[in-house]
Design a protein around this ligand. Structure first.
Ligand SMILES: [Zn+2]
Length: 59
């Protein structure tokens, strides 16, 4: 398995007709709306970052 993320839907129009763009890794273009975009891996979340948020319920 490659580590490249493949989008299933265009983030702009929601179409599924996506194809890799020549710009480089993570670059995709939508045939429906003619937009090109790039996915970027920002890094792993810190432990607990996606879980509870302490203090939110204390307001
Ligand atoms: Zn699109």
């Amino acid at each position: 398995m490659s580590e490249r993320a493949a989008p299933f839907h265009c983030p702009y129009c929601g179409d599924e007709d996506l194809r890799p763009n020549e710009q480089g890794h993570g670059a995709w273009e939508c045939a429906a709306c003619s937009r090109a975009f790039q996915l970027k891996f920002l890094g792993l979340l810190a432990p607990g970052a996606s879980g509870t948020t302490p203090g939110r319920e204390e307001i």
